[in-house]
Ligand binder design. Structure first.
Ligand SMILES: [Zn+2]
Length: 283
């Protein structure tokens, strides 16, 4: 859990760039793709992810791609797509880059997207990729669910037996990465959130609409509700549906055809359920 990593290299990159004047920093991709299965530097750069303005605990930018909906679509649904809240689930970030590539093909977009493939860059870039962030916090237990102060530490101590991989932090949204997700939900106001994980090979869902039955080979099966998890916070307390996609392997991506099937099934589910619910709510 060294903090020597990013602050130094990021500073080095910054000074090298400032020496050339006015050239934007674009090489965040090189260190990342070394950790991402089947994603090349070109794939990463073509995704056009840009620093969102927030930095990880070690000073690495949280990278985002915004994709607007076709302007002729009135009230297009807003989708927040998150990968890699857990840094040792490399496929969860890699598949999001694969999907960005698919999205760039059609000329127009049905939905408005905000996409962060790597919510926990320090975990991914650690000497050995790790679930927690650089400060040892499980970001997916750090969201401000009701009674967090009581429930999250108790759950951690009693149910996980103080597993260091599941430490919820000392206070809700104490971490820059979870704070960025929290702020993004407040500002972007997504209609649905898709959060990608591995390796349980299922779909989980929290929220007010009909859960998905299957995306590709992944079948709906509740994993559980935890104090401080994004699904619990957003799906159950903010009434914003959260689909948690658990890929079957943390380091080996599914075959390309399955990557596509999961994507298409997900779009179909959003189209049928999230939009239908939104229309109902407007009546
Ligand atoms: Zn995970």
């Amino acid at each position: 859990m060294s903090v020597s990593g990013w602050s130094h290299q990021a500073l080095a990159a910054t000074s090298a760039i400032s020496a050339q004047a006015a050239k934007p920093i674009t090489d965040w991709c090189t260190p990342l793709v070394a950790r991402l299965p089947k994603i090349s530097g070109t794939d990463c750069r073509n995704s056009q992810v840009q620093p969102a303005g927030a930095l990880s605990a070690n000073g690495f930018p949280i990278l985002v791609r915004d994709i607007a909906a076709d302007p002729r679509r009135k009230q297009a649904l807003k989708v927040l797509l998150l990968g890699g809240i857990h840094g040792d689930e490399q496929t969860a970030s890699a598949i999001v880059f694969k999907w960005i590539e698919v999205m760039q093909k059609p000329a127009t977009q049905e939905f408005q997207w905000k996409i962060a493939p790597i919510v926990n860059p320090d975990g991914l870039l650690a000497a050995k990729p790790m679930r927690v962030n650089a400060r040892g916090v499980d970001l997916n237990r750090n969201f401000p669910t009701p009674n967090w102060q009581q429930d999250a530490p108790r759950y951690w101590a009693n149910t996980t037996r103080s597993d260091p991989r599941r430490f919820p932090g000392k206070a809700p949204v104490s971490e820059p990465e979870s704070r960025w997700v929290y702020d993004t939900i407040e500002q972007f106001k997504p209609d649905v959130i898709i959060s990608v994980h591995a390796p349980f090979g299922v779909l989980d869902f929290d929220g007010p609409v009909t859960p998905p039955r299957r995306f590709g080979r992944l079948i709906y099966n509740r994993v559980g509700v935890y104090p401080g998890s994004l699904g619990n916070y957003s799906g159950l307390h903010k009434d914003i549906p959260v689909v948690t996609i658990e890929l079957p392997n943390a380091t080996v991506l599914p075959p390309d055809a399955e990557v596509q099937r999961i994507w298409q099934d997900m779009l179909g589910w959003i189209r049928r359920n999230v939009s239908a619910q939104a229309k109902l709510a407007q009546r």
